[in-house]
Design a protein. Sequence first.
Length: 285
Amino acid sequence: MRAKRPIIVDSPGDGDNSGAWVPKLIGAAVIIFLLLIVGAQATYVVDPGYRGVRVTLGKVAPEFLKEGFGMKAPFISSVEPVMIRQQTQEMKAECYSSDLQQVNAVVQVLYRVPEQSVVKIFKEYAGAPFESLIAPRVQEALKEVTALHTAEMIVKQREEIKTRALEAARRKVGTNFLEVVDVVIQDLTLSHELETAIEQKMVREQEANKARFAQEQAKIDADTAIIKAKGEAESITIRGEALRINPVYIDLQIVEKWDGESPLVIGGKGSGVLMQLPANETRRP
């Protein structure tokens, strides 16, 4: 019989120590997580078409940050983006003409924030200057320009109104501060009665222009006929004078216009035979 091996029972303090690694792993994971957070807070990225404004504990740095990657103080500093690309915003403007007619306009404003104005725009307008700066200035410029023209001229000379309003808006905003690229007047709305009156007047003007053109054309045709008649009369006078001076001129004219089929003998009253053309020259086999 084989001898039985003794059964050894482990005591509670002498077992495997693998359970002691769990708190260490948790601590390491927490440290790595905190390092990642600190690393994320200590870096920034400014996208293309933007410039960054560094704000540290509520204080704005005087210089803007260019696009790309950079470092900053974690937790106490942030980088705010400000767009420098051209932007387009729509606005509505209510104006009055010089004849006290209400004109409503829908306007597209194209503008851009220059690099040198990024920090100031962020400090004074939170990086969005359209509603509080550009739109009021453009509306004011439109009111000033339309007040100098009648409602009819505003409708007819929209491009001129737009050009003058753009110049006035640029002066009011300041070209060194913000760049107002263009002002596009998309729609002009007048009262129904005024639009009808302007349309009827334009139709009458077109009809009057057609009538003036017809009169001018008739005058030109009459002048042409007179000039042509004078030319013919002068031609007849010159030919008559030539015949008086040289009577054989008519014979030369007849020979030049003869087609070979006319009579060979040409004569006149009481003057006998004036000229005989040789038959053998005209009728050859």
